[in-house]
Design a protein around this ligand. Sequence first.
Ligand code: S3P
Length: 429
Amino acid sequence: MDRPFLDLAPCGPLRGALQVPGDKSVTHRGLMLLSLAEGEGWLYHPLKAGDTLSTARVLRALGAEILEEGPHFLVRGQGLRLREPEEVLDCGNAGTLMRLILGILAGQDGLFAVLTGDASLRGRPMSRVAEPLRAMGAWIDGREGGRRAPLAVRGAALRGIRYTLPVPSAQVKSALLLAGLFAEGVTEVAEPVPTRDHTERLFRHFGLPLERGEGWVRTRRAGPFPAKDLTVPGDFSSAAFFLVAALVVPGSEVVVEGVGLNSTRTGLLQVLKAMGADLEWRVLEGEAGEPVGYVRARYSPLEGVEVDPGLIPLMVDEVPILAAAAAWAEGETFIPGLSELRVKESDRVAAIAHNLRALGVEVEEGPDWLRIRGGGVRRGEVEPFGDHRIAMAFAVAGLPVGVRVREPRWAEISYPGFFQDLLGLCGAS
Ligand code: S3P
């Protein structure tokens, strides 16, 4: 897929069932917690893609043994005390890796490490994790006074803090909870707006200290804990591309099976329903504390809606694919609450506006909102801006009429094989 562009022909009805790769958030966290555990544990059905392979590489440099066994990972943990890395730790494109590993490194008393990443990651805000970790006692410095990577960290004997998240961010919450495992006393994170809770569920899976209430979560110092096998559910964020593809290509019906349906991730289903989507889903089982089931989507004439900004944290990675659905809806869709999208893998508000215009869609862009006038798209060329979700979302936006996707390799950050799976359902491969 390392080619300058990929031309997708107009796709006929998508039909069939598929399973998407493992959840990216759960894979990062599963690898980290198994690396901190005692003994050997399997991570079944993980995501093996650019971002999570970066996590495996960084954890190996910190002493964990991570073996690729067929589609799975076998992890031999290093225990709670990691090894000082000899080299700079390269986090690639993965914000979740850089922020969560900072939490772990902050608690490694005396250990020194330097973290860097690709151009996108080096441009992303890191003070949101560095500041509270300093308040717990860690030393963290970096470019622009520690606001951007490369970052240097020296772990310390941490003390717990009570911290209210200034922005809704599961990455910040998780970094502090991980640091809290090494801290004296209680570490409490309050979140005025709920965000994804995979870290909390995995703490329970591994028997780590955790208390939860309405809008807050607490942990405390952990003792050595044994490894425990873990099965990763399919990634709802990856499933979302196929669901919307089925909604916008006439005659389609697609079922995504074995997908994670944690309600802190599925805000998109509510919005699409309000747009008139024929969608049904059911939770069938639980894996490692995560609800798992199927979602079925059938082609539906959609109508524009005004999205509740309170839903955005529950669908923060699905806004690009929602924009693709809005482009095919009758009437106007207004999406507020998008300030965090400005600091993702790309400036997603700008990237969405650019690509909608490239496909002939009228769009207005505010500092933290988008207004999209739907009615369909025309054939055009879309630009990922180095962002996997933009590449996949706008491939789907153009699918009914055909589209040229520049730099399709970006999809491999979270979904190697995305285009093959998509074309497979179109009956075109
Ligand atoms: C993630 C949290 C979200 C999301 C990212 C993965 C996680 O970021 O956008 O893709 O695994 O915790 P924020 O928590 O910074 O919003």
